[in-house]
Design a protein around this ligand. Structure first.
Ligand SMILES: Nc1ncnc2c1ncn2[C@@H]1O[C@H](COP(=O)(O)OP(=O)(O)OP(=O)(O)O)[C@@H](O)[C@H]1O
Ligand SMILES: [Mg+2]
Length: 144
């Protein structure tokens, strides 16, 4: 990707115990890039929600659950992370609609959107889902 200083990925089993590793990697990279601790927390929370969705929707109770890819792209002033699963996919246009009724589910994606600068979702039924977020380092983030 143009402008990337560091690009790598984690292929992880679709199990909750690996979410911490995906968060840790993002936090370490963002800290080395001098993101503020508050923005690092936002990134880690967004990645938790992305990975949780990917895990929940992978495998659907089957014994073989294809792995999840977490891809990291660090530029001079941005960190992009995308999470790709091989689950059933869904129609992201359903997310645009604002619902009026009180919900007990469906908070994850609005939360992710509120924490990052760019949110993209590419998902089609039967072809899995790729959710990408980008967060920019602000002027005030530099702590050194
Ligand atoms: N990776 C994915 N694969 C398939 N469907 C997904 C995926 N991510 C999100 N969705 C769909 O989008 C909906 C909204 O996701 P969101 O994270 O906002 O809420 P939720 O996971 O249902 O509940 P919550 O995150 O509040 O526990 C999900 O219910 C699901 O239908
Ligand atoms: Mg969710």
């Amino acid at each position: 990707m143009p402008g990337a200083n560091l690009e790598f990925e984690l292929e992880m089993p679709a199990k909750p115990k690996y979410v911490g590793l995906a968060r840790l990697l993002a936090g370490s990279v963002a800290r080395r890039m001098s993101f503020s601790e508050e923005n690092i927390d936002d990134l880690k929370l967004a990645i938790s929600e992305m990975c949780t969705n990917a895990i929940i929707h992978t495998g659907n109770g089957e014994i073989y659950r294809p792995p999840i890819i977490v891809h990291y792209i660090a530029g001079d002033d941005f960190l992009t992370v995308w999470v790709k699963d091989q689950g059933p996919g869904f129609d992201p246009s359903c997310l645009i609609e604002e619902r009026k009724e009180l919900l007990t589910k469906g908070f994850g994606i609005p939360l992710i959107k509120s924490l990052v600068d760019i949110f993209e979702c590419d998902s089609r039924p039967e072809s899995g889902t790729l959710v990408s977020i980008t967060k920019y380092r602000r002027q005030g983030d530099r702590e050194s």
